[in-house]
Design a protein around this ligand. Structure first.
Ligand code: ATR
Length: 288
């Protein structure tokens, strides 16, 4: 890496940040395209978030990704934001217009919803337009998935969550703000038995199934073709849910490709260049 006086800076903020895989993906992409850019991690606490953003703006940093816990707080710290970021209630990408203080403006975006759809396209999984989709979970990741599905014309989104009130709230948000048919229900065997047989796709957005968390309680017999099962967890690459679905012959997809594509979309926001997705995927896999 050759840092020069013209090197452009991008990075990621979080607390903690040491686990981030984003530098591996973005620096590999800059190198592959011969761009004089560098991507670095910044450990920023919630208390310092506002001054960090002001500092990035003043220093001419071009782009910032945000991870836990900063994504919701950034909604109040940008000059403009995309509709997706507003619906999701979280910003994962900041783009700074060149110019620095006092004129540099900051735009907030959320690339998770487009990353979710791009990963499906990449893996030849058909968009379930005109069909019912079941989403497990009602947190930030679920809002991104609902934003994506609401934009492709599904016939109904059924949001199933351990805490029913959060499922009802997210369904109401989808109906009110996206005009999509959506309903919420509790994570029970009855709800799944009712919703899954007529669904085209099941998406898990919960951390159930991630390394170290309590596995999800979904009856494997409900996972049968033509149901497609998409688990946005990427570690482990094959959750119990995906293993059961694949064993029954369902098409399955894990969250690795979504992670790559949400990064690729941020890269394109900042550089204007077409992201080398395969290079980014290889760098991510090598970093895991
Ligand atoms: P994120 O931003 O990653 O979505 P979150 O907002 O904390 O994180 O949401 C986590 C989601 O995973 C929630 O829907 C949570 O259910 P609750 O709303 O009932 O808390 C869900 N979740 C986490 N662990 C789970 C488990 N073991 N079984 C079922 N749902 C789980």
């Amino acid at each position: 890496m050759n840092i020069t006086g013209r090197t452009q800076i991008a990075g990621v903020i979080g607390d903690p940040i040491s686990h981030t895989r984003s530098p591996a993906m973005h620096n590999a992409a800059f190198a592959a395209l011969g761009l004089d850019w560098v991507y670095v991690p910044f450990h920023v606490t919630a208390e310092d978030l506002k001054s960090a953003i002001a500092g990035f703006r003043a220093a001419g940093v071009r782009g910032i990704n945000a991870t836990v816990p900063h994504k919701p707080a950034l909604l109040n710290m940008v000059d403009s934001m995309s509709d997706e970021a507003s619906f999701i209630g979280a910003i994962n990408t900041l783009t700074f217009e060149p110019g620095g203080e006092p004129d540099g403006r900051v735009r907030g975006d959320n690339t998770d919803a487009r990353g979710f759809l791009a990963a499906m396209q990449d893996h030849d999984i058909a968009v379930p337009d005109g069909e019912r989709v079941v989403v497990l979970g009602a947190g930030g990741a679920a809002r991104a998935v609902v934003a994506a599905l609401g934009s492709v014309g599904v016939s109904e989104i059924v949001i199933v969550n351990r805490t029913e009130s959060r499922a009802l709230d997210l369904a109401a948000r989808a109906r009110d703000r996206m005009g999509v048919a959506a309903r919420g229900c509790p994570l029970t065997s009855d709800s799944l038995e009712e919703a899954l047989p007529s669904a085209a796709m099941l998406v898990n957005t919960t951390s159930g199934g991630m390394h170290g968390s309590t596995p999800l309680d979904v009856d494997g017999r409900l996972l049968a073709p033509p149901l497609v099962v998409y688990d946005i967890v990427y570690s482990p690459p094959e959750t119990d849910l995906l293993r059961a679905a694949a064993a029954n012959g369902c098409d399955v997809l894990n969250g690795l490709s979504m992670l790559v594509h949400q990064a690729a979309i941020a890269f394109e926001c900042w550089t204007g260049a077409s992201a080398p997705v395969d290079v980014m995927r290889d760098a991510l896999v090598a970093s895991l």
